[in-house]
Design a protein around this ligand. Structure first.
Ligand SMILES: CC(C)(COP(=O)(O)OP(=O)(O)OC[C@H]1O[C@@H](n2cnc3c(N)ncnc32)[C@H](O)[C@@H]1OP(=O)(O)O)[C@@H](O)C(=O)NCCC(=O)NCCS
Length: 276
C-alpha cells in the first residue's frame, strides 16, 4: 500500500523556472532603510572584497551557525568560498555583499546575503557581523532581496526526478513540487509548479527562523542530519514565487501560464525588467 501511494504521489517530471543570470556587470545595488538613521545596500561581490569577507568569516559566533561550522583558516579558504559568487560563477549564484551606513558615517561591510546555490532548488543564506545583530537588519535586507529576486527575468526548466540518487536532493525537489496548486494526475508526467526559494535552518538558530518567518517563508519539513560529531535537525522553510499564476490568468506583466484540460503548461513567462 505504501509503495502504491508513493507511485501515485511522486511526479516523474515537472516544469518550473529559474532566474536568468548573470545580470549586466554594473555594480549596482539594492538599497533600503532599516530605520531613520541606518541605510543598507546589497552590492555585488568584487574581487577586491576579499579582506571584508575574510573579516566576516573569521567571526566565530557567525561561522558556528554556517554549514562550514568553523572560521576560515586563511585568506585562501575565503577566496575559494568567494569565487562561487564572482564571474563566471555569478551565472548560477546570486549572493550579495551587505553594506550599512549610519547617519554620516562611511559605508561599512556588515555581511552577505543571497542565493548561494541554485541546485537542486535555489537556496537563500545570510550572515551578519555580530556587532550588527538584533537590529532587524537581516529581516529588512532579506525583504529587499526578495523584492528583487522574484522580479528577475526567468527561464523555464524541466526537472526530471528519475535517476536522482541523492536522497537529500530528492527531498528538496519534492518541496518544490509540493508547492504546486495543480491537480495531480498520475497519468500526466509533466506539470508546472511555481519556483521556490529554500532556507535550511538549524532548529537551534532561533534568530534565523524569526528572520525567514517575518519575510513570509513557510515551514515545510524537518530533516535529521547525522554527522560524526553528532546529529542536528535542519528545518526547511520555503517562499514561493509570488508572481506565478496557475489559473490561466496573467498577473500584471509578471507571469503567464495557460491551463489546458488537466495539464498545466507554462505557455509564456515574462518578468518585470531587472532593476540592475
Ligand atoms: C541569523 C542572523 C542573520 C540574524 O540577523 P539579525 O539582523 O540579528 O536578525 P533580525 O534582527 O532581523 O531578527 C532576529 C530576531 O531573532 C531574535 N533572536 C536572535 N537570536 C535569538 C535567540 N537565540 N533566541 C530568541 N530570539 C533570538 C532577535 O532578537 C530578533 O528578534 P526581535 O526583533 O524580536 O528582537 C545573524 O544572527 C547571523 O548572522 N547569525 C550567524 C549566521 C547565521 O546564523 N546565518 C543563518 C544561517 S541559516
Amino acid at each position: 500500500m505504501a509503495e502504491r501511494q508513493q507511485r501515485e504521489t511522486i511526479p516523474i517530471r515537472y516544469k518550473t523556472t529559474r532566474p536568468i543570470l548573470p545580470l549586466t556587470p554594473d555594480r549596482k545595488v539594492i538599497e533600503t532603510y532599516v530605520n531613520d538613521t541606518t541605510t543598507i545596500q546589497l552590492r555585488r561581490f568584487e574581487p577586491t572584497d576579499l579582506e571584508h569577507v575574510h573579516r566576516l568569516r573569521t567571526q566565530e559566533e557567525v561561522m558556528v551557525s554556517t554549514s562550514a561550522g568553523i572560521c576560515d583558516a586563511n585568506h585562501s579558504v575565503t577566496q575559494t568560498w568567494m569565487d562561487r559568487f564572482l564571474p563566471p560563477n555569478d551565472a548560477s549564484t546570486f549572493d550579495l555583499m551587505l553594506w550599512a551606513k549610519q547617519d554620516d558615517e562611511p559605508w561599512e561591510h556588515i555581511g552577505v546575503l543571497g542565493c548561494h546555490k541554485f541546485e537542486p532548488v535555489p537556496h537563500i543564506g545570510y550572515m551578519l557581523r555580530t556587532e550588527w545583530w538584533g537590529k532587524t537588519i537581516a529581516t529588512k535586507a532579506l525583504q529587499a532581496f526578495l523584492g528583487t529576486w522574484w522580479t528577475l527575468k526567468r527561464r523555464q526548466v524541466e526537472v526530471d526526478l528519475r535517476g536522482v540518487e541523492d536522497e537529500h536532493g530528492l527531498h528538496l525537489m519534492r518541496l518544490e513540487w509540493d508547492d504546486s496548486k495543480t491537480h495531480l494526475n498520475p497519468s500526466v508526467d509533466m506539470q508546472a509548479v511555481p519556483e521556490i526559494l529554500l532556507a535550511e535552518i538549524d532548529e537551534r538558530n532561533i534568530g534565523s527562523i524569526k528572520v525567514v518567518e517575518r519575510c513570509g517563508f513557510k515551514y515545510r519539513a524537518r530533516e535529521t542530519v547525522v554527522e560524526e560529531q553528532g546529529s542536528f535537525v535542519l528545518l526547511d522553510y520555503t517562499a514561493t514565487n509570488p508572481t506565478a499564476q496557475f489559473a490561466g490568468k496573467s498577473n500584471d506583466k509578471a507571469a503567464r501560464f495557460c491551463l489546458l484540460s488537466e495539464r498545466v503548461i507554462i505557455a509564456g513567462l515574462e518578468s518585470l525588467e531587472s532593476p540592475f
